[in-house]
Write a protein that binds this ligand. Structure first.
Ligand SMILES: Cc1ncc(COP(=O)(O)O)c(C=O)c1O
Length: 454
């Protein structure tokens, strides 16, 4: 069978001398295994703004890996800190024991957030952060004597990772429809995208704040006494970059406060500078009760995530538990892994020493103009941007949604630019060290590719 032989394709060593790869065994995540193994794309090296492919070709990283390489690739400060830590102490159990770097990292993360968001629980990924935050929300209400507050509210088109909690509150249908009845008791707000009202908005659309009021409908339907939390991405990235309408997040905050509902910002992408502020909470001036983060926490180098909670939530757990009792029955073998903590501390140093959040702020207007310069390019029906995030929405091919987006993604890669594709939306969100000339290269490559493909 054609697919079979392609799938067991063996690579000749190139200048990088990789070991021969039989591609069969690895069941790849969020990938067409068949298509990939017939036409593989392998990276073997990364430095600064570039990957190098197995054939020795340089590819400009317009997607910061998977929205995580905020400081760029190959940062020696991180690899050296990681090497030092793994030699000094490779692992320490996080239950009933501790190690100094975890406390330091928690304090440093909390220091990046508004006062009151003071306590940090460590996980190993964005998905784990989301499920942790949802569990904390449920347990918090129970500890307060409000155990009926069990419903979780997400939003259509939301992406909150792939745990059962995350896909329950998430709103991307392919991530949910295969997984049966185990989804938690949830409801969803409407997503905020309306192409007629907001196409080609620069930054936050002016239309759409009223969509937050749908939360009042859900409160009327379920009653506030049954609702634990609302979780949203401040900017919904994985679904194709949906920038929140002006005043939308403020309204959500007001309604949550009015009804005693916890508000969770999923900042797995927006955390650590991507909008030109430390977190989206600072950028929008809206303070949630919990924040999830991951990715940029270690500059993508070692898996790690975190959930930050308010003092009120933390104190509730501590005050309601008996002396010597565990306050939260939750945690991972690798929570606050010492090597991840070392990577995290080194990444936070880079953000500070290199002034990278300010760099994003300074580059944002240039980025916005560059993204919007694609207006009028063949197939383009909308362009969106905020901070160092941009999206190019393509008209889908008739009867073949996603086909044009996927082809554009592959052609951009072949032309030397790595983007991120979701359906027919190409997203770009580079490391913060990006130069203006590299932004120009991203946009001109996209323009060329879109001009050529059907
Ligand atoms: C907003 C958001 N939440 C959660 C996740 C899941 O993170 P992970 O893939 O590390 O589990 C992602 C990943 O892109 C994300 O963008």
């Amino acid at each position: 069978m054609a697919t079979q032989s392609a799938a067991s394709k063996t690579f000749e060593a190139t200048q990088f001398k990789p070991t021969p790869n039989n591609l069969d065994a690895f069941f790849m995540p969020f990938t067409s295994n068949k298509a990939f193994k017939a036409n593989p794309r392998l990276f073997v090296k990364a430095e600064g703004m570039h990957y190098t492919t197995i054939e020795g070709r340089k590819v400009l990283d317009a997607s910061a890996g998977l929205w995580c390489m905020n400081c760029g690739h190959g940062r020696k400060e991180i690899s050296e800190a990681v090497a030092r830590q793994i030699q000094e102490m490779d692992y320490a159990p996080p239950f009933n024991m501790g190690h100094p770097a975890s406390f330091e990292l928690a304090s440093r993360v909390a220091a990046l957030l508004p006062a009151g968001l003071d306590h940090v629980f460590f996980t190993n990924s964005g998905s784990e952060s989301v499920d942790t935050a949802l569990k904390i929300a449920l347990a918090y209400h129970r500890a307060k004597g409000n155990g009926t507050r069990q419903k979780l509210i997400g939003r259509e088109r939301g992406y909150h990772g792939v745990g059962f909690g995350g896909i329950s509150v998430g709103g991307m249908v392919n991530n949910r429809k295969w997984f049966g009845n185990s989804l938690a008791g949830v409801d969803h707000l409407p997503h905020t995208y309306n192409v007629k009202e907001m196409a080609y908005s620069k930054g936050q659309p002016t239309w759409g704040a009223h969509l937050a009021e749908d939360l009042e409908r859900l409160v009327a339907l379920h009653d506030a006494s049954n609702i634990a939390c609302v979780i949203v991405e401040p900017v919904a990235c994985s679904t194709g970059v949906l920038v929140p309408p002006q005043n939308y997040l403020q309204k959500l905050r007001e309604i949550c406060t009015k009804h005693g509902i916890l508000l969770i910002f999923d900042e797995v992408i927006t955390g650590f500078g991507r909008l030109g502020a430390s977190f989206a909470t600072e950028y929008f001036g809206v303070k949630p009760d919990l924040i999830t983060c991951a990715k940029g926490l270690t500059n993508g180098s070692i898996p790690m995530g975190a959930v930050v909670v308010t003092k009120e939530i933390y104190d509730t757990f501590l005050d309601s538990a008996a002396e010597n009792a565990i306050e939260l029955f939750h945690g991972y073998t690798y929570s606050a892994h010492p090597v991840a903590c070392a990577a995290g501390l080194a990444a936070l140093d880079i953000y500070k020493n290199d002034g990278l959040f300010d760099r994003v702020k300074d580059l944002s207007p240039y980025w916005e103009n560059a993204i919007h310069s694609l207006k009028g390019t063949r197939h383009v029906v909308d362009l969106r941007n905020l901070g160092l995030i941009g999206a190019v929405e393509l008209e889908p091919r008739a009867g073949k949604p996603g086909a044009r987006g996927q082809e554009a993604f592959i052609k951009c890669y072949e032309a030397g630019v790595l983007t991120r594709v979701t359906g027919d939306t190409l997203a770009m969100s580079p490391p913060f060290i990006v130069e203006k000339s590299q932004i120009d290269q991203m946009v001109s490559t996209l323009h060329e590719v879109l001009t050529k493909i059907d």
